[in-house]
Each structure stands twice: as structure tokens, then as C-alpha cells.
Design a protein around this ligand. Structure first.
Ligand SMILES: *Cc1c(COP(=O)(O)O)cnc(C)c1O
Length: 385
């Protein structure tokens, strides 16, 4: 394996492949027409990949807008030098309004109370507060009821301090585009937009497709797609895999911090959930734990890559470290050499011909790749290669 740049203070890190991120962003750009926009969703620190660094790459690769989940995420993105529009995918408390205006972050809006307060404050500052109206078409999370879109606009449009820059909805089942549930959401959204226009309201930038929708249901692209998970090279569902091949951007690597050969029968880690079954079994320690996003439920159930081969994780995963055993499984080819302190192991990603994906780990945890990616982004240092 090539020599990597790595953090100076800890033998574990998240590796972000900037070339792959660029290619994935371009792949989404190529799904849409030249007059349609690509909104790159960089919430939760770009799904754990580092929002500021990713935004720069996405911008260069064709991003037209960024979306965040919290006001602080938006402010941090601005502070990092982002000049493109930033959309907040939620309606924050009115106490956040000054920060929205200071940082030129467009909130999602669906209550008249927030709209009025936002418009008042913007007008007082001699500004116009841009927003995107969220429409609830069936996900039942946030938004104005799809039948009330025009009514909502009537109740807020009089305000000189407000400008509707866009109108959007979010899909609950975009991974099943032919299903009745998805079709109903599409129909409700299309009708709401038609109705707004019929009543003389300009909906601005119309958008609804997330990653699976963008890939599987191109006739709902409207003016913009909002891609998140796919940019990071992760598939939102099995169905998209063959339609838009993507490469994972994130790998998780660590170096061995300790090696030992406990006697047969000795336990490993808290609670001794693994006991050394024979003599001369090498136990190696890696400095990643559940506080780094490696779920403890994977204890004794996951593998890591060493010299291009899979080796078994053993014992309970600790907060900051976990152990692996070399040669624990007789039915696998055993690595030819024993590990030494400083040897590289791969928790997520490729090593030679072998690969451990976030999908594999997510399946073992009963969750989705999204959640694991976010977790690994929380404490591990990120290295951009
Ligand atoms: C998170 C989110 C997205 C992106 O979803 P992906 O499945 O990651 O593409 C788009 N729109 C909204 C409103 C979201 O909350």
C-alpha cells in the first residue's frame, strides 16, 4: 500500500479521496440538464466527510447550491469561504434569524409566524430575506400541506422583507419510484406547483429529488436536484447501484498500537467476550472506538483488512480502541506475516483486492450507510488525498 499522509497525533484517521468526490459530483451534474442546478447536501459535516473541504471540491465540480441541516453548519460553511447560495433544510427558531441574515443562509419556511418574523427583521435591516417554501406531500416531517401552498403564499407575500427563492418537497420512498406512495407524492407536488403558478405565485427554484430520486426518477428533476449520499459514493439503495455506479469517498484506516500473544484461555477486552482459543494467537490493538463512530454492536462481528486479507475483530469494542486477532479463523487464508506496531489496517475501504464497505458494516448493525459515515466523521481526523 502506498505511503499515506496521516495525522501526527493519532494512529487512526478518515481518508477522503478528493478525486473520487470530484468524479461523483460530476456524475450527478451529468444527470441534469445545463439549465438545471445541483444542490450538494453537506449537512452533518458532509455526512462525516468534512463540509468545508468537500464544498470546495464540489463547487469546482459544478455545484450550484449547498444544503445544510443547522444554522451553525451554514455559518461554518460561509466562514470557510463558500460564496454559493446556502439552503437550510429546516425552519429554525426565530432567535436564529439574525444569524441567517448575517450569513446569507436561506431557511426552509412553512409557518407564517416564522416568515413574518424573518421578513420583519430583514426589512428592518434594509434587506430581503430569501427563503424556500417546504411543502409536505406525504413524508409528514415538515412543510406546508400540499393543498395549502397558495394559501401560505397569500398570507406572507405581502411582506416586502420576504422573497420566495424556491419551493420544494422531500420524498419518503424515492428508492421505489414506481410505487404508489412515491407516485402520490409526485402528483401532490406537481399539483401544488401548478396551483401556485395558476394563482399567480412564482415558486422560484422548484426541487424535490434526493439521491435516489435523482437517479431513478428523472422526470421529477424540475429546476434542481438535492444530492447527498451519492456524492460521497454511497448508494441509497440497491436499485440505484446499477444505474449510477459510484465510488466510496471515505476510508477508515488505523495503525497497530500494540501487539501481544496472550496465553490460551486469556480474555480480551471488557467483559472477556472473546477468549484466546489457542496458543500463539496474536492480538493487535487499533486506536478506534465507538466514540469514533465504530458501533459497539459490531464487537466480535466485524473484520478489518491487513495486507489485503480479512482478519477478525475480537472482544468488546472500547470507547477509543479495539482489538483484532491474527489467525483466529482457520477457514480463511491466514496472513503470511504477523503484525507489528505501526502496521496499517483498514477498517473501511480497500486494501489490495479486498474491500470492507460501509454497507457491509451497516448491514451488520441493522442500520444504513448514512449513519455510519456520519459517525466516523465525528472525532477521527480527516486526511484529504
Ligand atoms: C438529507 C436530505 C437530502 C439528501 O438526501 P440523500 O438521500 O442523502 O441524497 C435532500 N433533501 C432533504 C430535505 C434532506 O433532508
Amino acid at each position: 500500500m502506498q505511503t499515506l499522509s496521516e495525522p501526527p497525533t493519532r494512529w487512526s484517521w478518515v481518508e477522503i479521496d478528493t478525486g473520487v468526490l470530484r468524479r461523483n459530483t460530476r456524475a450527478f451534474k451529468s444527470l441534469i440538464g445545463s439549465r438545471q442546478r445541483l444542490c450538494c447536501v453537506v449537512k452533518a459535516d458532509a455526512y462525516g466527510h468534512g463540509a468545508a473541504a468537500c464544498a470546495k471540491i464540489m463547487h469546482a465540480a459544478g455545484a450550484d447550491m449547498f444544503a445544510v441541516a443547522t444554522v451553525l453548519e451554514g455559518a461554518a460553511l460561509r466562514a470557510s469561504g463558500v460564496k454559493l447560495p446556502i439552503l437550510l433544510l429546516s425552519e429554525p427558531p426565530v432567535t436564529a434569524i439574525d444569524m441567517l441574515l448575517e450569513n446569507d443562509i436561506m431557511p426552509s419556511v412553512y409557518t407564517p409566524e416564522f416568515a413574518w418574523a424573518y421578513g420583519e427583521r430583514a426589512a428592518a435591516l434594509g434587506r430581503v430575506g430569501k427563503y424556500h417554501m417546504a411543502i409536505n406531500t406525504g413524508m409528514n416531517r415538515i412543510g406546508v400541506h400540499y393543498a395549502d401552498a397558495a394559501e401560505f403564499r397569500r398570507s406572507v407575500d405581502f411582506h416586502m422583507g420576504l422573497e420566495c427563492d424556491g419551493t420544494f418537497t422531500h420524498f419518503a420512498t424515492a428508492d421505489e419510484p414506481t410505487g404508489w406512495d412515491h407516485q402520490l407524492q409526485c402528483k401532490r407536488f406537481t399539483e401544488a406547483i401548478d396551483n401556485l403558478r395558476a394563482e399567480g405565485f412564482d415558486p422560484g427554484i422548484v426541487h424535490c429529488d434526493n439521491t435516489p430520486g435523482s437517479i431513478l426518477n428523472k422526470n421529477m428533476h424540475f429546476d434542481m436536484i438535492r444530492a447527498g449520499i451519492g456524492l460521497y459514493g454511497l448508494q441509497p439503495c440497491e436499485r440505484t447501484r446499477s444505474v449510477l455506479p459510484l465510488e466510496p469517498v471515505m476510508s477508515v484506516r488505523a495503525r497497530v498500537t500494540n501487539t501481544m500473544y496472550p496465553a490460551m484461555g486469556e480474555g480480551v477486552g471488557y467483559g472477556f467476550t472473546f477468549r484466546v482459543p489457542r496458543s500463539r494467537m496474536e492480538i493487535c490493538t487499533l486506536p478506534i472506538g465507538y466514540a469514533d463512530g465504530l458501533p459497539r454492536i459490531l464487537s466480535n462481528r466485524m473484520e478489518v483488512l491487513f495486507d489485503g486479507q480479512r482478519i477478525q475483530q475480537v472482544g468488546n469494542i472500547c470507547m477509543d480502541q479495539f482489538m483484532v486477532a491474527i489467525g483466529s479463523t482457520s477457514f480463511r487464508p491466514v496472513p503470511v506475516r504477523e503484525a507489528e506496531i505501526g502496521d496499517l489496517m483498514t477498517v473501511v475501504g480497500r486494501d489490495g483486492d479486498a474491500e470492507i464497505t460501509l454497507d457491509e458494516l451497516a448491514a451488520k448493525c441493522g442500520t444504513i450507510n448514512y449513519e455510519l459515515a456520519c459517525g466516523f466523521g465525528m472525532r477521527l481526523e480527516k486526511i484529504y488525498v
